[in-house]
Write a protein that binds this ligand. Structure first.
Ligand SMILES: Nc1nc2c(ncn2[C@@H]2O[C@H](COP(=O)(O)OP(=O)(O)O)[C@@H](O)[C@H]2O)c(=O)[nH]1
Ligand SMILES: [Mg+2]
Length: 225
């Protein structure tokens, strides 16, 4: 909070100011715009590239694979102006962890994308004896890595974005409220691993739905406290 007050003063003078030395070159305010560098991470096929496209205001078609550097984007949400630095479009395999780490450490906020398709399949498998589903295993491994790389805190929040809710039949069966609770329950394990509710927020919806996609982008940015 104190940081915010200091930056408000700095903004008044029009200076670009480093909010805290720990976030040098990561988190600063220029004019009245919040400069934000996001790390968009997650397993293969969960919607990372689609989310980046949505952030950039593009159509929801999946862009070609690869770590294409895009332009910065300016977005206004609820009276706050953001300039989101060109996000790196990472691959989703464990082999990408080295690059994930670099990006996560250089970012002010980490967005970890999860597919509701995975969560539904895991839910269906929950009653059946067998090994931990791969997708859950990977998610926990990712969360453990994140925790090691970035030491998440309310100053460096993590947003879990559950995509593909349009393909999860539980949404209609349970109703929106109970479905949200169900997602949260399935993700409690990694929320606690990453730092708990003060650090981690949860956003869900469909990236192929225009209204949902806009809300998702806005909720991600609003998680920046
Ligand atoms: N139905 C549905 N499809 C989605 C959603 N988000 C992404 N997709 C599709 O899922 C596929 C994988 O998305 P992509 O962004 O390439 O995933 P990435 O591998 O994590 O970058 C693409 O065909 C997207 O169009 C969603 O919320 N709902
Ligand atoms: Mg991709």
């Amino acid at each position: 909070m104190e940081d915010r007050k200091e930056s408000a003063t700095a903004v008044a003078t029009g200076a670009a100011v480093v909010v805290s030395s720990a976030y040098l070159a990561i988190r600063y305010v220029r004019g009245k715009t919040i400069d934000l560098r996001l790390a968009v991470l997650g397993q293969e096929g969960v919607g990372k590239s689609t989310l980046i496209a949505r952030l950039m205001g593009d159509a929801p078609t999946a862009p070609p694979p690869g770590e294409k550097i895009r332009k910065d984007v300016k977005i206004q949400v609820d009276g706050r102006r953001y300039r989101v630095r060109r996000p790196v479009d990472h691959g989703g395999s464990e082999h990408d962890w080295g690059r994930w780490k670099e990006t996560a450490q250089a970012s002010g906020m980490v967005v970890y994308v999860i597919s509701a398709e995975h969560l539904q399949t895991e839910d269906q498998a929950a009653g059946i004896e067998g090994p931990t589903p791969h997708t859950r295993h990977r998610r926990v491994a990712d969360a453990e890595q994140l925790q090691l790389w970035i030491d998440p805190s309310p100053d460096k929040p993590v947003v879990l974005v559950v995509t593909h809710t349009d393909t999860d039949s539980r949404c209609d069966e349970l109703g929106l409220h109970s479905y949200g609770a169900q997602l949260r329950e399935q993700l409690t394990e990694i929320i606690n691993l990453i730092g708990g509710d003060r650090t981690v927020s949860l956003v869900s919806g469909s990236l192929v739905d225009d209204g949902d996609a806009t809300r998702i982008v806005h909720e991600i940015l609003m998680a920046w406290r």
